[in-house]
Design a binder for this molecule. Structure first.
Ligand code: PBG
Length: 329
């Protein structure tokens, strides 16, 4: 007898489709990146990221309340530093009374349950805009930078950060930061390693948000070559050996294959960063009326989950959380 297999049987009704669905996107998967700036009672929209703002701390706290009420489990904090506080070596990064440290302390006091991830990298704090210390002949000095990152991570832990997230791509920083945290009594503070972070043009709007674009050269001597995926496995392997609790692929959308590869090769949670340029493209097309923004956002984030991401950092977190609540999932 001739059997015809009919895959459409499993797509016939909404309940069947729901039952056989392989992937779900949930509010609990999301980390919302937020920008904080100096001052009070002020906020500014990031021009290349409609719907994203830099907030002064007092206003940020109100926004954070909404984020927490939406059930989003975590935020990632990035500071827009006053240019007068930047220097060649990024020393403001580990000032215990600086913007990030104060902000973390205020958020954890008001919303103790909300997880706060802090960024460990020097680019918001350096006059030259690089993630590390720049030598006179234009080289980013690895080990000198790692020593500063250790101090920076400890000062963030002191302020109350739940996870520190090194995004700098210096070699050996995960192990060094783990050691610094442990020897200062912060064994419980976790590390989300930006393990496979590529030298990407998709970061443009983020650099607008922080005024952190490199003044000279590019980041190709520390961030990864978009052509490489085996190298991503090596980076992940090293970060795990050095003590990472979670690993990340960044950007996400043009690197779904890398997410999938890493997922198949680690038991740690895998995070994906749906970066600023990915956000800007969808927002722009949505505003032009060229795509159905809400649907494209859900489909895009779902693709990251399907590829293997357990956690997604996304500027869409708030709008997606509202969408997911409205559709009752
Ligand atoms: C820098 C940093 C960048 C992002 C997060 N941390 C930009 C860069 O490496 O130049 C990008 C995030 C985004 O584009 O959304 N340490």
């Amino acid at each position: 007898m001739q059997l015809t297999y009919r895959p459409r049987r499993l797509r016939r009704t909404a309940n069947i489709r729901r039952m056989v669905s392989e992937t779900t996107l949930a509010v609990s998967d999301l980390i919302y990146p937020m920008f904080v700036m100096e001052g009070s009672q002020s906020y500014e929209q990031v021009s290349s990221m409609p719907g994203c703002y830099r907030y002064s701390l007092d206003i940020l706290l109100k926004e954070v309340q909404e984020v927490a009420e939406l059930g989003i489990p975590a935020i990632a904090l990035f500071p827009a530093i006053d240019p007068s506080k930047k220097d060649h070596a990024g020393t403001e990064a580990y000032n215990p009374n600086a913007l990030v440290q104060q902000t973390v302390a205020s958020i954890k006091k008001a919303f103790p349950e909300l997880l706060v991830f802090t960024d460990v990298a020097l680019d918001p704090f350096t006059t030259h805009g690089h993630d590390g210390i720049l030598s006179d002949d234009g080289v980013i000095l690895n080990d000198e930078t790692v020593a500063v990152l250790q101090k920076m991570a400890v000062s963030q832990a002191e302020a109350g950060a739940d996870f520190v997230a090194p995004s700098d791509m210096m070699d050996g920083r995960i192990g060094a930061i783990r050691q610094a945290l442990d020897s200062n009594g912060f064994e419980q503070v976790g590390i989300l390693a930006y393990s496979a972070k590529y030298a990407s043009a998709y970061y443009g709007p983020f650099r607008d948000a922080l005024g952190s674009a490199p003044k000279s050269g590019d980041k190709k001597t520390y961030q990864m070559d978009p052509a490489n995926s085996r190298e991503a496995l090596k980076e992940v392997e090293l970060d795990i050996l050095e003590g990472a609790d979670m690993v990340m692929v960044k950007p996400a959308l043009a690197y779904l294959d890398v997410i999938s590869l890493i997922k198949a090769n680690t038991t740690l949670p895998v995070a994906a960063y749906n970066v600023s340029g990915e956000y800007a493209m969808i927002k722009a097309a949505g505003q032009m009326g060229w795509i159905d923004e809400d649907k494209v956002v859900l489909e895009t984030l779902l693709s990251m989950k399907r590829a293997g991401a357990d956690i997604i950092l996304t500027y869409f977190a708030r709008q997606v959380a509202k969408q997911l609540h409205n559709q009752g999932s």
